[in-house]
Write a protein that binds this ligand. Structure first.
Ligand code: COA
Length: 397
């Protein structure tokens, strides 16, 4: 019996309720705005409200998928994040209540900097291969937060991308061939005592270049198709210009003479307005590519994942004929445009708010109109709620 094709059956993203125009940040930092817009390739960044976190973002990204497909076949929830809200409990467990998920399900959280969403997809694909009638809900969700008044500040952002992994996927088939690379370095990391990462910015760029080249070499060694044969390339984007730089360097190494920046740009359009979203970044790039391109049915698309520390992986995906009818482009556009623009002062205020670190109870103000919110911390427990206007996650007829 032939093995079933496996891949992404549905995909949706969510971001925060607030956004900061980087022209505001540039003005206050005394930096020409072109440095952010052209040098980094970033126009604005999503800013979390006080009552938003990776769980509310994850729930908001997954809810439309569950409303369409229900949860009957979902046997596993994998949440990939480096913005964990607890050292022990998996963030995905909060989704059981928020999204009415059944109890006959396994739930776990994965961490490896910005890479673990890709690991989650690979683990999910292996689970589906073993039990082809089952599905896995993968959610990459992160809030990229750097210290104020640093070079990295302009590369903050936040988003979650939810993906339903299944056999005979309706949107993207995942090739069994991938290329991987790992190395033990310290280019970006967040020790337990810190709420922001330690970053060696320039070293992290060099490490990214080396790692993705290593992953492509492995991909080719395993029989993967040539770099130049891909119709489009989606990259992990700590800032969108990183994708352009990486693509140039990889083209030089593997497809000299084949200038193809157009193959990258459609996959950067959401990212340049949302900012970095760590684990979700290359999948936000994938959604951006699909939402902003013509018909890519049957064309090979590369997803290039990188997580500091470091791990890189190249995936090969094929959009399935008919996928465009299933895109959530209109919802995604609304998600972007319905964000409320905050001033520099409001952004700084939000950034500086820290929930108590001594375990005392804390009520969060109701700040935005997203479907889910963190309402309180009480007795050391995080109390989430679904807003009344939040629609059902029960399968629509
Ligand atoms: N107009 C246009 N471009 C400008 C400019 C201007 N006025 N001023 C500067 N630039 C360009 C620079 O030339 C540079 O581009 P280049 O690398 O193509 O030459 C780019 O803007 C960034 O400026 P630079 O001064 O080199 O870097 P920085 O000190 O602002 O730091 C990062 C940039 C990415 C290192 C920093 O934001 C960071 O640490 N980010 C977090 C870590 C990260 O994202 N790592 C990536 C791999 S995971």
């Amino acid at each position: 019996m032939a093995a079933p094709t496996i891949g992404i059956h549905d995909i949706c993203f969510a971001t925060t309720g607030y956004v900061l125009d980087l022209a505001e940040l540039a003005g206050h930092r005394g930096v020409p705005v072109q440095k952010y817009q052209r040098g980094l390739g970033q126009d604005s960044m999503s800013v979390p409200a006080e009552d938003e976190d990776i769980v509310t973002l994850a729930a908001a990204a997954a809810a439309p998928i569950l409303a369409t497909h229900g949860h009957d076949e979902i046997r596993t929830v994998l949440v990939a994040t480096e913005t964990g809200v607890d050292q022990s409990k998996a963030a995905g467990l909060y989704l059981l209540s928020l999204l009415d998920l059944p109890s006959s399900i396994r739930v776990v959280e994965l961490k490896q900097a910005c890479y673990s969403g890709t690991a989650a997809i690979q683990f999910a694909a292996a689970m589906v291969a073993r039990e082809p009638g089952s599905r896995v809900l993968v959610i990459a969700t992160d809030i990229a937060r750097y210290d104020l008044d640093t070079a990295a500040e302009a590369t903050q952002g936040a988003a979650a991308v939810a993906m339903l992994i299944s056999a005979d996927p309706a949107m993207l088939q995942l090739s069994p061939i991938s290329g991987v690379y790992a190395r033990d370095i310290s280019d970006f990391w967040r020790p337990n005592h810190r709420s922001t990462p330690v970053v060696a910015g320039k070293e992290s760029i060099a490490a990214y270049h080396d790692a993705v080249a290593g992953a492509w070499r492995d991909f080719h060694a395993r029989g993967g198709r040539k770099f130049g044969d891909f119709a489009a390339h989606c990259y992990h984007q700590p800032f969108t210009q990183m994708a352009v730089k990486a693509h140039r360097e990889l083209t030089r190494l593997f497809a000299a003479g084949a200038e193809s920046e157009a193959a990258v740009l459609a996959g950067t359009l959401y990212n340049r307005k949302i900012g970095n979203c760590y684990t979700a970044s290359c999948y936000l790039g994938l959604v951006s590519l699909l939402d902003h391109s013509g018909d890519l049915s049957g064309c090979p698309v590369a997803v290039v994942s990188y997580g500091s520390g470091c791990v890189a992986e190249v995936l090969e995906l094929y959009p399935v004929p008919g996928y465009r009818a299933r895109l959530r482009t209109e919802l995604h556009r609304r998600t972007m445009t319905e964000r409320t623009t905050v001033s520099y002062a409001e952004y700084r205020h939000l950034w500086n708010i820290q929930p108590p670190t001594d375990g005392s109870d804390y009520l969060l103000p109701d700040q935005r109109s997203g479907p889910f919110r963190l309402a309180a911390i009480s007795g050391n427990r995080r109390i989430y709620e679904r807003r009344r206007n939040a629609g059902s996650t029960k399968k629509s007829a």
